[in-house]
Design a protein around this ligand. Structure first.
Ligand code: FE2
Ligand code: FE2
Length: 331
């Protein structure tokens, strides 16, 4: 079982005291020098709570994100495709575990985070509230959703909070495998029969806009962005990352022989960047507020899985208790 205790923290004087002032100065110097804050270092309460929010949301997204693809494991078209998809979904479970562990180093328990998720009080990425009606959706998720995740997450490998940055290094390596397997599924379909090509195009049409929404609202409408960048948790703004992703997709659309559903996409000669058309933020807000196509289904499934897993948690806790008892007896 994962530890659930609060890590020992560096103590400091009351708010506004000379001690706290010194701690804040040290914290600022570490951030300015691009070094890392570790779990037992002093940190401002808002830095801690902001990280707990971001890392736990990220962990929940990995876990909920297993559902739309797990849905296709039994129907994957060959043994090879099944094996790859199982490995991918299993990776996502691992990502959730690294991230829950990173959040735990900030003093929040796994139980608290899980409870918030199943009570519907915690957010996770809105992208996982869409349905996956065809096999081509597995390709579109891998190519676009994991592709957008990589754009978002590579800079997080340098996040100022040590456990988060280190967890992201491994996660990003695995995401890049996910992205390639998705691209490969789409490539095969788009070079197959006309029906297969159409299935690939339809799936890309379904997932393209939601994948652009994954970067979050525009910078001026994103309340936490500026502070998160000042703390060097985030390194680039939502819009910068989104445009970088769009630029990466353009030549890949060509290689796939598929059309980008954004009819207003244009190349800006001055900045040398691809600029996307208008994003439907009303749709994004609706899905975020629980009114997406599969929000209810995702949470119901997570709740049932949590209840079904109760015996595993109890058995693991009992095993850990016996181990501790044996160790005490031996000592
Ligand atoms: Fe992941
Ligand atoms: Fe992934």
């Amino acid at each position: 079982m994962a530890p659930t205790t609060t890590p020992e923290r560096t103590t400091h004087g009351p708010a506004g005291s000379a001690d706290e002032h010194d701690e804040q100065t040290r914290f600022d110097a570490i951030i300015a020098a691009d070094q890392r804050i570790e779990p037992r270092d002093w940190m401002p309460d808002k830095y801690r709570s902001s990280l707990v929010r971001q890392i736990s949301q990220h962990a929940h997204s990995e876990i909920i994100g297993m559902q739309p693809e797990a849905n296709w494991i039994t129907r994957a078209p060959s043994l090879k495709r099944k094996a790859i998809l199982i490995a991918k979904v299993q990776d996502e479970a691992g990502h959730g575990l690294y991230l829950y562990s990173a959040a735990q180093t900030l003093g929040v328990t796994r139980e608290e985070m899980t409870q918030k998720l199943i009570d519907g009080k915690a957010r996770y990425s809105s992208i996982f509230n869409y349905h996956t009606p065809t096999w081509a959706d597995m390709g579109a998720i891998g190519w676009l959703v994991d592709g957008a995740a990589i754009c978002n997450q590579v800079p997080l490998c340098r996040a100022s909070y040590g456990p988060y940055g280190r967890a992201m290094v491994r996660i990003c390596k695995e995401e890049s495998f996910h992205q390639r397997q998705g691209f490969e599924i789409l490539y095969e379909l788009s070079h197959g029969t006309p029906e297969q090509k159409q299935m690939a195009q339809d799936a890309v049409n379904r997932w393209y806009w939601p994948s652009l929404m994954m970067f979050g609202p525009s910078d001026d409408a994103s309340p936490n962005s500026a502070q998160s960048m000042a703390w060097k948790i985030k390194r680039f703004s939502n819009d910068e990352l989104r445009q970088r992703f769009v630029g990466m997709c353009v030549p890949q659309f060509e290689a796939l022989g598929l059309e980008c559903p954004d009819k207003d996409l244009r190349f800006d000669e001055e900045t040398g960047q691809w600029i996307s058309g208008e994003i439907d933020w009303d749709e994004f807000m609706a899905v975020l507020d629980g009114r997406g196509p599969a929000n209810g289904e995702r949470l119901d499934h997570r709740r049932t899985a949590h209840e079904d897993g109760a015996w595993v948690r109890e058995a693991a806790a009992e095993y850990a208790r016996k181990q501790r008892e044996r160790a005490r007896f031996a000592a």
